[in-house]
Design a protein around this ligand. Structure first.
Ligand SMILES: [Zn+2]
Ligand SMILES: [Zn+2]
Length: 341
């Protein structure tokens, strides 16, 4: 039997590079040689057993691009480079029919429910494999997925020209939202984090308003400057960050929850939501439209992934790469595996 090298999780804390049997594409599928795969914070939920949706044994990795090496689909030829849209809906429910596959009750992701990109090769549905031109270096195409998250957030928040926007949390997602909010015309963008190096990164990206969370607190900082916001994105999801987010909003403003909420014993201030007609909403992954928009912004050069990708590691060094992504938050933003040698 033909085998391939993959980072396989047999269960929580039981993940390592091993040989797994190679499968063949069925009609409508393609086999990819994986070129690059990004490491996401949510991968640690799978590795440490905190993600209830992960179905073991599993090859994680939902941010990946590759080259078609076998094709059972008429629209994709061998040699075509593609980035994989990992989110799949049932195709039948009302959310799927409206194009909101991310809301499907039966949603499945490559790298969470099905084998993903931390491997030499993978078989995926051709409909999820989005081609990109050879002129785009695949080391940047791999950033399509996190950028799609940021685009979906900004769409959920309905950020308009001259809006003032605040973002709690300056990780990859927070920084991506900040740069997309600016791209869609936001006037002032404020970002907060507890890690000072991330705020320096935000400044390097052109975001001038930053606040270090444990020093001053974003609400106090904003009051001092007389700032309140049309849209606030909470990428942390703690009771404190949700309360801060509501307090930062203008009357009629919109709070977008981006993280899975933690705790949740303390009720949010519904009386205040009502009195000031504030809107509370959420943003979960992205749609195919967001994903294609993200890829087009990388192809056109309107978004430059090199600003947020801090590390590339060879596949054999995956344990080191995971350690860097999880524990070296003062240095690492997006950490990427270069899979093909
Ligand atoms: Zn991710
Ligand atoms: Zn569905």
């Amino acid at each position: 039997m033909q085998c391939l090298k993959a980072f396989l999780c047999d269960g929580p804390e039981k993940c390592d590079i091993t040989e797994i049997p190679e499968s063949r594409p069925a009609p409508g599928e393609v086999k990819l040689k994986i070129l690059y795969a990004g490491i996401c914070g949510s991968d640690f939920g799978i590795i440490h057993g905190r993600n209830p949706f992960a179905s073991f044994p599993l090859v994680p990795g939902h941010e990946f691009c590759g080259e078609v090496i076998e094709s059972e689909a008429s629209n994709l030829d061998i040699g075509q480079r593609v980035v994989v849209m990992p989110v799949m809906g049932c195709g039948k429910c009302s959310s799927c029919r409206e194009g909101n596959v991310n809301r499907c009750p039966k949603v499945k992701l490559y790298g969470v429910h099905l084998n993903g990109g931390f491997a030499e090769k993978v078989v995926v549905k051709a409909s999820q494999a989005i081609p990109f031109p050879d002129s785009l270096d695949p080391k940047y195409a791999v950033f399509t997925e996190p950028l799609a998250v940021g685009i979906h957030c900004v769409r959920r928040g309905d950020v308009k020209v001259n809006n003032d926007v605040a973002i709690i949390g300056g990780g990859v997602i927070g920084l991506t939202i900040a740069s997309m909010a600016s791209f869609y015309g936001a006037k002032r963008v404020l970002i907060s984090d507890i890690v000072p190096q991330r705020l320096q990164k935000a400044k390097a990206l052109g975001i001038n308003l930053t606040v270090q969370e444990n020093e001053e607190g974003i609400v106090k900082f904003s009051r001092k400057l007389g700032l309140n916001f049309d849209v606030v994105f909470d990428t942390v999801g703690s009771e404190q960050s949700l309360e801060d987010s509501l307090n930062l909003l203008k009357p009629g403003g919109k709070l977008v929850l981006v993280a899975v909420p933690k705790g949740g014993k303390k009720p949010i201030g519904l009386a205040k939501l009502f009195a000031e007609e504030k809107v509370f909403t959420a943003s979960r992954t992205y749609t195919m439209e967001d994903f294609k928009k993200a890829l087009s912004l990388i192809v056109s050069g309107d978004f430059r992934p090199e600003k947020l990708i801090t590390h590339y590691f060879p596949f054999d060094k995956i344990q080191e790469a995971l350690f860097t992504a999880e524990h070296e938050k003062d240095k690492a933003l997006k950490v990427v595996l270069k899979i093909e040698n």
